[in-house]
Design a protein around this ligand. Structure first.
Ligand SMILES: Nc1ncnc2c1ncn2[C@@H]1O[C@H](COP(=O)(O)OP(=O)(O)OP(=O)(O)O)[C@@H](O)[C@H]1O
Length: 717
């Protein structure tokens, strides 16, 4: 739409009447007059008139003061004031001054767009455009050379050319503000060129508008107050709008410090977080490095493990095959085990039956064995002739003739008056070349009887130096009857254990010297007496004697060694280390069969008698007397037993009293008669042989009567 401002000449000069009314009313009146010619512009002015009048009252004081003081319309009917200044100049200057006075207040920020001093009727569109620019001060379609003073801004089409393309919304807004059909709102393309010259040379406003493609030039003459007023009013609107806009901006910027502070706090926090993140990043980097190292090592380990796994897999295959084979074998073995278990049950039954049979057989064996022993006689006599030792090779020997294994002849070649040999028969005769093993082979059946519950007594009788100790104890390199008995006992106990027998072995070592009892396992002086057992009149015991329970042969040998060291010895004519006492080793065998609830108690008395000695050669008469007396009492007891006398003189000596349980009753006695081979021992040898032969003749009287008779003729010395 095109609008043209009315020519200044068409406007009537204000009359006095009109000058006396309020400016606002005057403006309104003037506006009404213009409405016919410039409808759009007038309508716009009228629409904004009322609020503008209100706003004008709110203008700065300086502005209002000037309005009141400087306005030639207020109370000044003439065109020339008191100072002679023309009204047009005043009006022109007022307009400029007003704008100039507004400068300190309205001076825009550097970011604000310049405000045109004058605007066209499309100023609303420009305001809208400026408003848009102000909200986006650094928009690309807005070029600001520098902040310009209002009224001194030269806006040329070349320097500043704003091509405003109002958007639909803008148009809609403008329509809302200006109403339908208004010029400003219907413009589609506006090019505004504002050139303002200095106020001194008059005000020239050139407005080029291409509303319909035709430029419009407007020039407000100085006398056209209405136009000027409208111009000012437009300026005021623009400035007011900008003021409000700035106020809004200021209001919006009130929270900027807080936002800045918050931003700084946020920045500080962010920096701290960044710092922490950097630290975490460093830590993570280190962790990544270590993890990488771990990954490398694990990778190497994985490779190694893979190789091992391959190897194990191969082995697993082999083992699996082996497992299959073994599983089959296990199945077979299980079947076999079941069969064997069944067989084992049968065998267990057979074994039980066999054990029972064995037990009974053993009983029968015992009975038969002891029957044989009885047939052989309860007292058995073995004769042993010892060989001459190396240092005795020069000594004269008796004449010895070993007729058979049980008969021996002794002859004294020096006795020419008494010719003939003396023949003696015994259970067995051992010549000088007999070995210790041969001796013990004949003894071992008696040891077996002891395990069967018999009392056994084995003693060696003979002249001093005849070999009694050698026969009973032996020497370390060639042990005698007692050590071998110990070994046999423990071996037999093992075998008896298989038959269900458990044995306990107790031992005592006693010495009878000059009819006094001594404990060979203790060096203490004790009052030892031979006493009768309370529960059995045929049993005796020795008080205060040391009794040891042994569980091994070695322990028993150790005790034997201790006893031997404690035994009294002395030098005699026949023996440099003669035993001058009777040594009695007593071994008690207590067997228990738990299954049959049977108990077996046997005793073995192993006696190494003191050597008999002729009083003529003895240097210790009392000792010799006691020895010979006790030996004599022993022979008396044995003979009394063999002759089955009513009274057996056991108590006549300590020795017979001590051996009482082993000499009578169901006991079995073995007597060794040891003789030396030398001629100077002939008398003592014949004496011993005669005693032994008498014992042997008594027990063999029934069985070997004939033999006994045959030998008796040769026993007379
Ligand atoms: N059969 C034998 N073989 C080899 N040496 C023997 C034999 N018998 C005895 N002797 C030796 O003869 C010596 C005397 O023997 P032994 O001491 O046993 O006699 P003894 O009868 O015990 O004497 P005493 O009654 O005085 O104690 C010892 O040195 C012994 O080693």
């Amino acid at each position: 739409m095109e609008s043209k401002l009315p020519k200044p000449s068409g406007i009537k000069r204000p009359t006095a009447l009109t000058r006396n009314i309020l400016p606002m009313d005057r403006i309104k009146t003037a506006t009404l007059g213009l409405r016919s010619k410039s409808a759009n512009l007038s309508i716009c002015a009228l629409d904004n008139f009322q609020p503008l009048s209100r706003d004008l009252t709110n203008l700065p004081n300086s502005f209002q003061r000037r309005e009141r003081a400087g306005s030639p319309d207020i109370g000044r009917p003439n065109d020339t004031n008191s100072n002679g200044v023309s009204r047009s100049k005043l009006r022109r200057s007022r307009s400029a001054c007003d704008i100039r006075d507004m400068r300190p207040m309205k001076r825009p920020e550097l970011t604000l767009a310049p405000i045109p001093a004058k605007t066209t009727r499309f100023a609303s569109a420009g305001v809208t455009n400026n408003s848009a620019v102000s909200t986006q001060p650094f928009s690309s379609n807005c070029t600001v050379s520098k902040p310009q003073r209002i009224g001194h801004v030269a806006v040329s089409s070349t320097s500043t050319a704003k091509k405003v393309y109002p958007t639909k919304s803008q148009n809609t807004a403008n329509v809302g503000n200006n109403g339908p059909g208004r010029v400003a709102s219907t413009s589609t393309k506006t090019s505004t060129t504002v050139t303002k010259k200095g106020m001194g040379s008059g005000t020239t406003t050139s407005v080029s508008t291409t509303g319909a493609g035709k430029p419009i030039n407007k020039r407000i003459p100085p006398y056209d107050f209405k136009a000027r007023y409208n111009d000012l009013l437009e300026k005021y609107k623009i400035l007011k709008a900008k003021f409000e806009e700035k106020c809004e901006q200021m209001g919006a910027m009130e929270g900027v410090p807080e936002q800045l502070e918050e931003s700084q706090d946020q920045l500080f926090k962010t920096k701290e977080e960044l710092k922490n993140i950097c630290t975490e990043r460093d830590c993570l980097s280190q962790q990544i490095k270590s993890l990488n190292l771990k990954i490398d090592s694990i990778s190497a380990l994985c490779v190694k493990t893979k190789d091992e796994l391959d190897f194990i897999t191969e082995e697993h295959k082999i083992l699996k095959e082996a497992h299959g084979t073994l599983t089959n074998e296990v199945l077979e073995l299980r079947e076999r085990s079941i069969r064997l278990t069944e067989e084992n049950v049968l065998l267990q039954e057979d074994l039980t039956a066999c054990k029972e049979q064995l037990f009974r057989a053993n009983l029968e064996r015992k009975e038969l064995h002891n029957t044989i022993m009885d047939l052989r006689g309860n007292i058995r006599v073995f004769c042993r002739v010892r060989p001459p030792l190396d240092f005795e090779q020069e000594k004269l020997l008796c004449g010895w003739n070993y007729v058979d294994e049980s008969t021996v002849e002794i002859q004294n070649f020096e006795n020419k008056n008494k010719s003939g040999a003396h023949t003696f028969s015994f259970d067995h005769v051992f010549h000088p070349n007999s070995k210790q093993e041969d001796i013990f082979e004949m003894v071992s059946p008696l040891i077996q009887s002891a395990l069967d519950g018999y009392n056994i007594c084995i003693f060696a009788y003979g002249q001093t130096g005849s070999g009694k100790t050698y026969t009973m104890d032996g020497i370390p390199t060639n042990v005698g009857v007692i050590p071998r008995t110990v070994d046999l006992l423990f071996d037999s106990i093992k075998n008896y254990k298989r038959l269900g027998w458990e044995y306990e072995i107790r031992v005592t070592f006693l010495e009878i010297y000059n009819e006094v009892l001594y404990d060979l396992l203790s060096n203490d002086q004790k009052d030892m007496e031979i006493r009768m057992a309370k529960h059995n009149k045929n049993d005796i015991y020795v008080s205060n004697i040391t009794q040891e329970t042994v569980t091994s042969a070695s322990r028993l040998r150790d005790l034997m060694h201790v006893a031997k060291m404690n035994r009294a010895t002395a030098s005699t004519a026949g023996n440099e280390r003669s035993s001058r006492s009777h040594a009695v080793t007593k071994i008690e065998l207590i067997g228990y069969h738990a299954e049959k609830n049977e108990t077996s108690v046997g005793t073995i008395n192993l006696v190494d008698l003191a050597g008999s000695e002729s009083p003529k050669t003895s240097t210790r008469m009392n000792e010799t007397k006691n020895i010979n007396r006790s030996l004599s009492e022993l022979t008396n007891v044995i003979l009394a037993l063999l002759q089955k006398q009513d009274h057996i003189p056991y108590r006549n000596s300590k020795l017979t009293h001590l051996l009482m349980p082993s000499l009578g009753g169901n006991s079995k006695t073995l007597m060794f008669i040891n003789v030396a081979p030398f001629l100077d021992c002939f008398v003592e040898s014949v004496k011993s042989l005669r005693f032994a032969a008498s014992v042997n003749s008594c027990k063999m009287a029934k069985a070997k009567r004939n033999r006994f008779l045959n030998t008796s003729s040769n026993n007379s010395l």
